[in-house]
Design a protein around this ligand. Structure first.
Ligand code: FES
Length: 147
């Protein structure tokens, strides 16, 4: 794998989890070009099929960022999402996807710059793993969308 290869990452972001305006602006307008953003009203609204769709569409990894447990605007949407997506990630690993390609991060109000670090960590993991071929069933992601 060449050192210039950039993994394609899909970021599912709860619209409430970044309280820092600067961090949200970075995600909205300055994130790296290899990161596709899907904003959701709460991680509880993310169907595991969205994750599968991203992987089938060419994502090398998926990061889900949600509010800390006690900070969810919909009481426990994030807890349900975490349980469901962790189970789904286990299923994907059982189906042959490497561990770490799907990651869930709780973000706290006080943690400025954490989303950048989470994305950098995920990218480093994915670069080490190389491209994901296991789940791809369709043409690669196109600019500005999943399909
Ligand atoms: Fe952010 Fe529920 S509102 S995870």
């Amino acid at each position: 794998m060449t050192s210039t290869w950039k993994p394609r990452i899909v970021l599912f972001q709860c619209q409430w989890c970044l309280f820092s305006e600067a961090d949200q602006k970075w995600v909205d307008t300055q994130r790296p070009r290899n990161v596709r953003l899907v904003k959701v009203p709460c991680t509880g609204r993310i169907s595991p099929l969205y994750i599968l769709n991203a992987l089938q569409g060419g994502a090398d990894g998926v990061l889900v960022s949600g509010c800390k447990p006690e900070m969810c605007h919909f009481k426990e949407g994030n807890l349900g999402a975490r349980r469901q997506l962790d189970e789904f990630a286990n299923f994907l690993e059982y189906a042959g996807l490497e561990e770490g390609r799907v990651h869930f991060a709780w973000l706290d109000v006080q943690e400025r710059g954490r989303i950048q670090q989470e994305l950098a960590d995920m990218e480093a993991r994915l670069v080490e793993m190389g491209p994901s071929e296991r789940m791809k069933t369709r043409a690669p992601l196109k600019e500005g969308g999943l399909a």
